[in-house]
Design a protein around this ligand. Structure first.
Ligand code: HEM
Length: 225
């Protein structure tokens, strides 16, 4: 029906991006070196005189590598939606008889030590192929699950990528993030019943762009955002 479909699309377009961005930011607060690289890339590609725009996103490879790393290490759901094999088949050497229910574990794929060195370490560099090769959020080889693949893979790759990278890019370009006074690191703990951050991320945001870029309604010089 139309209602569940639109609800699914809302969930896909809000929860997936915000979970990835929250985890990436949380990880990077504990690794200032990664934050510095992301900010340097934004300053080089966009500068500080205008807001990051859609055409910039293709050049923000380090930023996209950070989001890929968040999808790999911190998927929003532990499992892919179950699928039923329509015919006998073989996948990666496993025989899958017709009628089998197939459930992929996103956690097991993304943290597979045979594929990823130091799998629990947040390390965006592992997604950079070098030579300025473009980084994409999709992962058709399923070494981790972002949008999955195949006929039932996510049809919203372009839009989902746009939402996620733009949200992250605007948050980083627009603000210098710091820990609240008296806090000396973000606790990177998953909630007990899901994979989201156990405690919502609490940070201080300080505007870093000229005040007019935040819109006429904000005078950032006089307001504590
Ligand atoms: C960062 C954002 C998003 C992520 C990480 C994501 C991820 C996924 C994944 C993993 C699946 C399951 C694929 C499978 O079972 O193999 C899926 C399905 C789906 N997604 Fe997305 N998605 C995102 C955004 C969107 C957006 C923006 C839309 C629509 C505007 C969308 C629409 C759908 C639909 C309709 C399906 C069901 C496809 C089917 O069962 O045939 N998604 N998504």
């Amino acid at each position: 029906g139309a209602w569940p479909l639109t609800t699914d699309i809302m969930i896909a377009s809000v929860d997936n991006p915000s979970n990835a961005v929250e985890w990436a930011l949380a990880e990077m607060m504990n690794k200032p070196e990664l934050m510095r690289k992301a900010m340097e890339e934004l300053d080089a590609v966009v500068g500080r005189d205008r807001l990051v725009q859609e055409p910039d996103l293709r050049s923000l490879n380090y930023l996209k590598a950070c989001i890929r790393e968040a999808f790999r290490l911190h998927p929003y759901h532990p499992l892919n939606p179950p699928r039923v094999a329509m015919a006998d088949t073989t996948v990666a050497g496993y025989s899958v008889p017709r009628g089998s229910q197939v459930v992929l574990s996103r956690v097991a794929l993304g943290r597979n030590p045979r594929v990823w060195a130091d799998p629990l370490e947040f390390r965006p560099e592992r997604h950079l192929a070098g030579d300025d090769a473009a980084v994409a959020l999709s992962e058709p080889e399923l070494r981790f699950v972002s949008f999955s693949t195949g006929r039932r893979g996510c049809p919203g790759i372009a839009l989902g990528t746009l939402f996620t990278v733009m949200l992250f890019a605007r948050l980083l370009q627009g603000f210098t993030w710091s820990l609240p006074p008296g806090v000396d690191g973000v606790e990177l703990r998953e909630a007990e019943a899901s994979l989201v951050l156990a405690e919502p991320l609490r940070l201080q945001a300080k505007p870093r762009l000229p005040a007019h870029l935040y819109g006429p309604e904000y005078d950032c010089s006089s307001r504590n955002l």
